[in-house]
Design a protein around this ligand. Structure first.
Ligand code: FE2
Length: 259
């Protein structure tokens, strides 16, 4: 049986082993709790049975557990720059180091699905040849995670420049052409084709092209994530206002079309 209360207590204890005075670390912990709640909201919108809803919620709680070791070992959160895939690191912590036994002591039947969902949560695409059940949990965590990344961009706007810098992107008005082309074709583009601060920042909006569930689009619309994301960047890089307005019109139509 999945005991979410226990799992949350174990997560708190695990977090306390790391430097919680580090602001970036604390933000990742807050992100985790919001993703857990998003996962629960999406799962409930799908009318899953209680145990499945709890499983989706547990995956939300565990999805970024690799961030702690990533920060400890490489002092950063950019997977490319630290050379650590934080999803793979999470799988290592839970299943190679057997931390999963603390979170879920007496149920092994969910191990495979938890592993697959965590491993796929940060990938460009969900891996091939998964079962329908596995794909469902991958989609829930991917939606839940993306919703909170949008939330962070909109609500923590004063720190966007600092967050960009922390991810290795210094503020500038440049945008990679291939990135913009992909955006206006409704396609996500791999991080490796992104060179500039604005590629990194606007990439968050292209997450919408990979959102799966109506509940997620409803949240995106109600919380005005498209407008919020673009309003802040317009103030920060006023030179590119015209491009931002084109993106705003395109993205808002994309969301409305999916409601
Ligand atoms: Fe993550």
């Amino acid at each position: 049986m999945i005991d979410l209360e226990r799992a949350e207590k174990v997560f708190e204890d695990y977090s306390n082993n790391y430097d919680r005075n580090n602001l970036m670390m604390e933000r990742k912990i807050e992100h985790t709790y919001r993703v857990k709640d998003n996962s629960n909201i999406i799962a409930r919108s799908l009318n899953l049975i209680e145990e499945e809803t709890n499983l989706a919620t547990l995956i939300g709680l565990l999805h970024d557990i690799g961030r702690f070791e990533q920060q400890r070992l490489a002092h950063g959160y950019n997977d490319l720059k630290t050379g650590i895939d934080h999803a793979k690191m999470g799988v290592k912590v839970l299943f190679d180091d057997k931390k999963i036994l603390d979170f879920l002591p007496d149920t092994r039947k969910y191990d495979k699905i938890i592993q697959i969902a965590i491993e796929n949560h940060n990938k460009f695409k969900i891996e091939e040849n998964l079962s329908e059940e596995e794909i469902k949990f991958c989609k829930i965590i991917r939606d839940a995670d993306k919703l909170d990344i949008l939330e962070i961009f909109v609500t923590n706007s004063e720190d966007i420049e600092a967050i960009g810098k922390n991810n290795g992107y210094a503020l500038s008005k440049d945008i990679t052409e291939e990135f913009l082309d992909a955006l206006f074709r409704g396609k996500q583009i791999d991080r490796k084709y992104q060179n500039y601060f604005l590629d990194w920042y606007l990439n968050t909006l292209t997450f919408l092209f990979d959102i799966n569930y109506p509940k997620s689009f409803e949240i995106i619309k109600n919380k005005k994530y498209v407008d919020g994301t673009l309003d802040r960047i317009e103030n920060l890089v006023p030179e590119d206002k015209e491009i931002f307005e084109k993106i705003r019109a395109y993205m808002n139509k994309y969301v409305t079309d999916r409601l």
